[in-house]
Ligand binder design. Sequence first.
Ligand code: SF4
Length: 462
Amino acid sequence: MYERYHLHTDPAPDLRAHPNRFRVRVKKQGLASFLIRELIQYRGNKKIITSRPCVYGVFSGPIGGFAPRPHLCVGCLRCTTQHPEFVQILPNPERQQLGDSYLTPEYAETIHYEAQTGRVPVKGAGFRGPFGGQGWNGMWTDMSEIVRPTRDGIHGREFISTAVDLGPKPPFLAFDERGALKEHIPETLSLPLPILFDAPPAAALSEKFAQILSAAAQEAETLLILPAGAIKKFSIFGKAIVPLVSRGDTRVFGNFPFEPCMIELDGWDEGLNHHAQSRFPKSIICLRVGAVSKEELLRCFHAGIRVFHLAANYHGRGPDGRFMLDLIREAHGIFVDIGCRDEVTLLGSGGIVAAEHVPKAIIGGLDAVALDTPLLIALQAQFGGECTDRMTSRFRVPAQLKTDWAIQRIKNLLASWRDQLLEVLGAMGLREVRRLRGEIGRAMFQTDLEREAFSGIEGYGS
Ligand code: SF4
């Protein structure tokens, strides 16, 4: 029986207190002498003396400014502007450890909110991020199709599908004279969400963490890519698991007691591909690639690969330093040019750290994305410096991780990101996410717009 896809959300409060945005430093001596001066000047008039506290209540605790409450500080800087001699507002260095130079503390805070509540973060003050910039910020989506209230995002009466199909698709159907299909149609895998979980970083890959991701993937009806060695070591099997295999894993994954619905090859290897196909004939074979090379993609396509996973680093950069969006557009364009884009599935991971990056990546040409660092942030893991690479990055996952809590946090995150995807689709008047793929006409690029507006003007591009 048909059931509408639904992710159950439930509040999952933080395990440990979130670091404050600011540190409030008050020199007690300076404050005391200021208060004494005020007492004398206003002859003990308490009403006047206490009439200029922080309106956010930072100095409204039982002993006022002697024990400030920094968690209430919003950084308006009024206090330090008025009394620079004894009040200082400083960024909290602990907050910087929430992320790194790419996954900034602002992204991390948004993910925390989404994982805590499962809701769309609406601040009521409009978009406070940059209107342009590098990477995803240089791409804007066109929402000018808000014409159908019934198809209005999350709350519309018309259902918007977020389902995607992974796997080989025939270029066309051929029928014989009796109207029967001439050829066998290959199996595809339908996911209700264009979001998978990528292989966790080596530093965070414990048995418990892998089990949490596996259970969350199962509940969300999506897939978890897991290195073959970890699958064997932790005995984590099931439909949601996609083994990530490399040449040395032939024996390990050959002995798996389950038939994975998809197997991901870590780089092209003809022998490995042949082994995977003969050992698990029903499994879809996916190829993980770093760099986008036309020759290599086409060679693998002609060798029978129909699912490609473009894996950039955690900062969304490929081996040649290009950003994820450019890699996606190039790979998509290669298959469009030879007329076989509908036959292949493109997955992508790396640098996707906000809900808005999902529709942007799909508009660029992906069918679905695979999440990496946002899953760690959702579970309140901390970054140990700059984290760019799956094998070398350091993360500190909370030791007291509770399984049910962690699964709920991931489900909340997915539900929030799905709702935001629905909003984008609704605003574009689209009924399903499949139609968003490669819809580059729905996007504007800062570089293109600037070129159109300013090229020919002296100084442009210099
Ligand atoms: S910076 Fe603003 S919010 Fe923070 S303590 Fe000072 S007055 Fe209050």
